[in-house]
Write a protein that binds this ligand. Structure first.
Ligand SMILES: [Zn+2]
Length: 451
């Protein structure tokens, strides 16, 4: 096993720092500038690349390192756009790419130009070291992920699928070690919940506020709707990712062993068991709970125009998240059935956004390679699949049949809660050590999986 260390430390630090300096705040994005920078950088090593723009300025870069075709191709996916940063809140300029105290600072350092840097560096090392690949390694650093990916991954898969589609994909969404008492557990994101955002409009009959019984108050009806939905107990469903997660964590954390073992053998009692766990570790219990069932909660409500007018209309928006395997259509039908006796004929439904959940199996040689390499670096570490309650670009690849893992390997350098706040947060940064660590893991994973 090659220890990639100091030789690349300076190079990857400089690369990331320069990439951060190119402001790709989305909107508007302007990702082509970042794509051009990468294209020029890798051209020095003889790489050809292609920049595909959905519209002017919204470029994604694609680089292909050819293999012999004996093994399936692997895509290194990342996005070049970042969310906005307010310089007044930061201790450094968010777009200066400053290197300080072992960190590279700046918007995107963590989400996710840091991973783009790891992927580019890995590609360079594979070529420089003439690793004989049996499949292509394709790198796609894309536009627009932070706004849903329509101008990036969505555009590429609709119009240039042959350029980017691979049976295996590595992307963001997991990889940051979860520290336990005596070991780290590395999560590999294998599943994402699906989204059903919908609006319910309640109708009534208007009237004067002084004679309420002569009217039919739409706010009162909506109140019943919210109560019904709030009281609904969705069925528990333990998808493979959750089962494997619970069984892996049990091995590393004796304190919660009992709760997790009971959860695994009594999924139908998960709420009671999680309530008990919450008295010991509230954060952990509420992390797990939304992964055991679909959730639904009101997020916007509007109704009424004047103090003394009984409103004939009230509308509310709901954020519902379904598990992989639960269809959004069936979920909406269940919700409608729930509302039968609150005057369903006076309710109308409008879907704002929807897509099903998705999950990749861990029964693949790529997952095996990830696990094997991590254990080589840290023999007592755990590796577990995880599900995120929000989504990434992995969704569109899983929908087209790719096996997709969210895996940006990092060791924690602060408590994990603080690290998670760094994503889209203030003073976003990544350690140089993690840039080197991530590259080492990626390089070894590719060697194991593709040679
Ligand atoms: Zn991201």
């Amino acid at each position: 096993m090659i220890k990639i260390q100091r030789e690349i430390e300076q190079e990857i630090t400089g690369f990331l720092s320069n990439l951060i300096r190119i402001n790709t705040t989305n909107p508007p994005g302007n990702e082509t500038k970042a794509a051009n920078f990468i294209a020029e950088y890798i051209a020095k090593d003889g790489f050809k690349s292609e920049i595909v723009e959905s519209t002017s300025g919204r470029g994604s870069i694609i680089i292909r390192l050819k293999g012999s075709g004996e093994k399936p191709n692997l895509l290194f996916l990342s996005h070049l756009d970042v969310v906005a940063a307010n310089p007044a809140e930061w201790s450094v300029d968010p777009f200066s790419g400053i290197v300080k105290d072992g960190y590279v600072y700046g918007r995107g350092a963590y989400d996710m130009k840091g991973m783009t840097a790891v992927e580019v560096m890995t590609l360079l090392l594979l070529k420089r070291n003439k690793i004989p690949l049996k499949g292509d390694v394709v790198l796609a650093a894309t536009a627009d992920e932070e706004k849903g990916g329509e101008e990036g991954v969505g555009y590429l898969l609709r119009n240039h699928k042959e350029k980017v589609w691979c049976p295996y994909v590595l992307n963001e969404g997991g990889g940051l070690a979860i520290p336990q008492k005596h070991s780290n557990i590395y999560p590999v994101q294998t599943a994402e919940k699906g989204i059903l955002w919908f609006k319910i409009k309640a109708k009534g009959i208007p009237g004067h506020g002084s004679t309420p019984n002569m009217a039919d108050n739409a706010i009162v009806r909506m109140n019943k709707v919210i109560e019904k939905i709030g009281n609904y107990q969705p069925p528990t469903l333990f998808v493979p990712t959750l089962r494997q997660f619970l069984s892996e964590v049990v091995k590393h954390n004796p304190d919660i062993k009992d709760h997790f073992a009971r959860l695994l053998s009594n999924p139908t009692q998960s709420d009671q068991i999680l309530d008990e766990l919450a008295t010991k570790d509230k954060a952990l219990a509420e992390e797990i709970r939304p992964r055991t069932k679909m959730t639904i909660t009101p997020t916007i409500i509007r109704g009424g125009v004047k103090e003394n007018i009984i409103p004939s209309e009230c509308e509310a928006v709901f954020d519902c998240r379904v598990l992989p395997g639960q269809s959004v259509e069936e979920t909406l039908a269940t919700i409608k059935a729930l509302l039968k006796d609150v005057g369903i004929e006076k309710l109308s439904f409008e879907i704002i956004q929807k897509h099903d959940g998705n999950e990749s199996t861990t029964q693949t040689p790529l997952y095996g390679a990830i696990k094997g390499v991590l254990k080589e670096f840290e023999p007592n570490c755990g590796v577990t699949p995880t599900m995120t309650t929000g989504g990434t670009d992995s969704r569109v690849f899983r929908e087209t049949g790719s096996v997709c893992y969210g895996f940006h390997p990092m060791r924690p350098d602060e408590p994990n809660d603080d690290l998670e706040r760094r994503m889209h947060g203030i003073n976003e940064r990544i350690t140089i050590e993690n840039l080197v660590f991530g590259t080492s893991i990626f390089y070894e994973v590719v060697k194991r999986f593709m040679t």
